[in-house]
Design a binder for this molecule. Sequence first.
Ligand SMILES: [Zn+2]
Length: 191
Amino acid sequence: MTVHVPANAATTPESCPALVLNADFRPLSYYPLSLWGWQDAIKAVFLDRVNIVSEYDFSVRSPGFSMRLPSVVSLKTYVKPSRHPAFTRFNVFLRDRFTCQYCGAQEELTFDHVVPRSKGGQTVWENVVAACSPCNLRKADKMPRQVDMFPAQAPYSPTVQDLHQNGRHFPPNYLHESWMDYLYWDTELDP
Ligand SMILES: [Zn+2]
């Protein structure tokens, strides 16, 4: 469930993160979504590192100073995005579409080492899959062949593109409406 927060919903500066875009106006990263807290966003504005693209209807004030908090900023200098996403819990789930690779369940997700750690299996993209707790318990420290449990999709190291593809089905929980122009922007361009 995605909540689109209306522009007037902001009540505290802490509820006003800024979406950070690269100089090409794409998010600096999708997973996790590149967000800065309001202090970092304002600091970057004053250091002349970013342009303000959009603002909240919310100002911070001190004597003689008032500024609307940025809701979207773009870097002035292009940062080359990394081709390979970080090996994180969220990204493994995203690669596996939040689905147990043994039974297809989408509840109680955890991880499973395909080759168990006790048998030398490593915690790497190529050996870790999303699995539900019951399957994880059932497989325990057995090899796939011993329990006849093989992952639906052989685990692999995904590219940012792979995750982006899957991410369209699982948008973040919090999306300010001013961000929408910059997220999943190429969806309609795909055949
Ligand atoms: Zn399962």
